[in-house]
Design a protein around this ligand. Structure first.
Ligand code: G4P
Length: 528
């Protein structure tokens, strides 16, 4: 047992959240370098390869048999075993991006120092808040002209509503970037620019050193002294507890591209975050050190070939140790099964693994039995992990089949694809399934839907995009939806379980609904 405890204590499982172009890929690559995973470092999916046309992308999926985007990168560093979960961004941004955060124990938020908090970061941040996980901020690209660090912190506090604690403090930016002052060691890590923007030289010097003054110059030195004083008197204090609850974010300034400040960041990150924590079930908590093995499915990836039942279910291990060929119990399916070909999906490779521990992610072949949120365990007392919320889609289309004779295939297709969690389907109250309203988080999913219905179900569809941007679940138990006083551009719909929802074209119409219907509760996430 001691071994299992040891293994689990070493684990850190986190996701990196950012707006496209802030430097998530670059930072990931550098982190991997420290883990000695040099062969992988160049293979993290870069922005350029992500710009494949949809058809290329599917071709790639077909060849590899699995999405190259669904990766977890595992590496070892200083005795830790680190799992970085990839949160698909750019055009393949989808519900999976959100769901991945359900499997993470903490998040690294990368912010572009010249831009501050951007739209996609806000969305991802909200999901992290749902779980109260620690969020550690890396303000990137300090080697370029940046906003003032005070302004950047204010931005994080005001836009995201989280307190900040700068762990280090930048001295200048862009061409004048001189380095960062580390508040704990009271020393400065100097930055020596080089034109190639490759790895830069850096040196750690105590604040009082003459060498430091000569490197950064009198002006920067006196400004730094003022800034330090200001931070010490005016800023929030450091509070471990608040960090763990996700209410205070430790902030690091650095530059991923030049590999500046990345290693100190990684070292601090590992001490700021915890090993896997207990997870909530419907009947209490399960400790990661529990004897039983347990996991939940947070993502299902269908192959892009015609044998569409060949899917991979990604599971986050929540307790105990997993061994190949272990017999487990699938709670929702109410049956025993053997997970015979567990895989660990690395950047572009997958390998069969023999064992894995709480905190790790495994991918197993799914013959079509798993759904998002399902629990797998070996416990004698079966339990269920709390479900994964349904996230609000932001793009909607009315979808109908071209050939009405193919109604059966159409219904089966959209239902199965929705069950995998790639799309959400809704309909107008009292209507049949001749046409459905499809909601997605990222628009690429519409193309995936069209492609898969055609190739796997032999159904051609017509899609008409709808002007709605916001969907809200109605939180009240008894509400007469027909009687609600709504703006004329608000649409009443329901999900397949008959739960009522509202579609809005603007935030203004959401406010209208709330103002004109006393007590109406509108929710952005649906609990299960
Ligand atoms: P993403 O995954 O968050 O979308 O961002 P990515 O790492 O792909 O970085 C986006 C762009 O920003 C890349 O440039 C990358 O080289 C650059 N970048 C990342 N970190 C830093 C940094 O610390 N300093 C500077 N100056 N640039 C940085 P690109 O020209 O768009 O792509 P590429 O040609 O480098 O691949």
């Amino acid at each position: 047992m001691a071994d299992i405890r040891n293994e689990i204590e070493k684990r850190r499982t986190f996701a990196i959240i950012s707006h496209p172009d802030a430097g998530k890929t670059t930072l990931t690559e550098k982190l991997l370098l420290y883990g000695g995973a040099i062969n992988l470092a160049g293979s993290v999916k870069g922005k350029k390869t992500a710009k494949h046309a949809v058809s290329d992308w599917m071709e790639i999926e077909k060849q590899r048999g699995i999405s190259v985007t669904s990766s977890v990168l595992q590496f070892k560093y200083n005795g830790y075993c680190i799992n970085i979960l990839d949160t698909p961004g750019h055009q393949d941004f989808s519900e999976d991006t959100y769901r991945t955060l359900m499997a993470a124990d903490s998040a690294v938020m990368v912010i572009d120092a010249s831009k501050g908090v951007e739209a996609q970061t806000i969305k991802l941040f909200k999901v992290c808040l749902l779980r109260n996980i620690p969020i550690i901020t890396f303000i990137n690209k300090m080697d370029r002209d940046a906003k003032s660090p005070f302004e950047l912190l204010e931005d994080i506090e005001n836009v995201l509503g989280i307190s900040t604690y700068p762990m280090n403090w930048p001295i200048g930016s862009g061409k004048e970037f001189k380095g960062v002052y580390d508040r704990k060691s009271e020393s400065v890590l100097t930055f020596t620019a080089n034109n190639g923007q490759r790895e830069v030289e850096s040196k750690s010097l105590p604040l009082g050193s003459e060498e430091l003054k000569s490197i950064i110059g009198d002006d920067f030195f006196s400004r730094l002294s003022e800034d330090i004083e200001l931070l010490d008197v005016a800023g929030d204090g450091f509070d471990d507890g608040l960090v763990r609850e996700g209410r205070l974010t430790p902030v690091f300034f650095g530059s991923a591209l030049t590999n500046f400040g990345v290693e100190p960041f990684l070292e601090e990150f590992l001490t700021l975050t915890t090993p896997p924590l207990p997870r909530e079930t419907l009947t209490g908590e399960v400790s990661p050190y529990d004897d039983c093995f347990s996991a939940f499915v947070f993502k299902i990836q269908a192959n892009m070939n015609k044998a569409h039942r060949d899917r991979i279910a990604f599971m986050r291990i929540c307790s105990g140790r997993f061994e190949k060929n272990m017999e487990v119990y699938h709670v929702q399916g109410d049956r025993k099964l053997r997970l015979s070909q567990p895989q660990q999906i690395m950047a572009q490779e997958r390998e069969v693994i023999d064992e894995a521990y709480a905190g790790d992610i495994i991918g197993v072949f799914d013959p079509g039995i798993f759904s998002i949120g399902d629990t797998i365990c070996t416990a004698k007392d079966k339990f269920r992990f709390k479900g994964i919320p349904t996230f609000a889609p932001e793009h909607f289309s009315l979808v109908l089949q071209k050939d009405t004779m193919k109604r059966k295939q159409f219904v089966k297709g959209v239902n199965q694809i929705a069950q995998e969690g790639a799309i959400q389907i809704f309909r107008e109250p009292d209507s049949g399934m001749e046409e459905v309203i499809v909601g997605v988080v990222g628009t690429l999913q519409f193309e995936v839907l069209e492609y898969r219905l055609k190739n796997e179900y032999n159904v051609e569809i017509v899609m008409n995009s709808l002007p709605y941007q916001y969907i809200r679940w109605i939180g009240n138990d008894d509400v007469n939806v027909k009687a609600l006083d709504l703006a004329s551009d608000t649409k009443r719909i329901e999900d397949l379980k008959g739960k009522p929802l509202l579609l809005f074209t603007s935030e203004w119409s959401i406010s209208w609904a709330i103002e004109h219907n006393e007590g109406l509760i509108l929710e952005e996430f649906s609990a299960e």
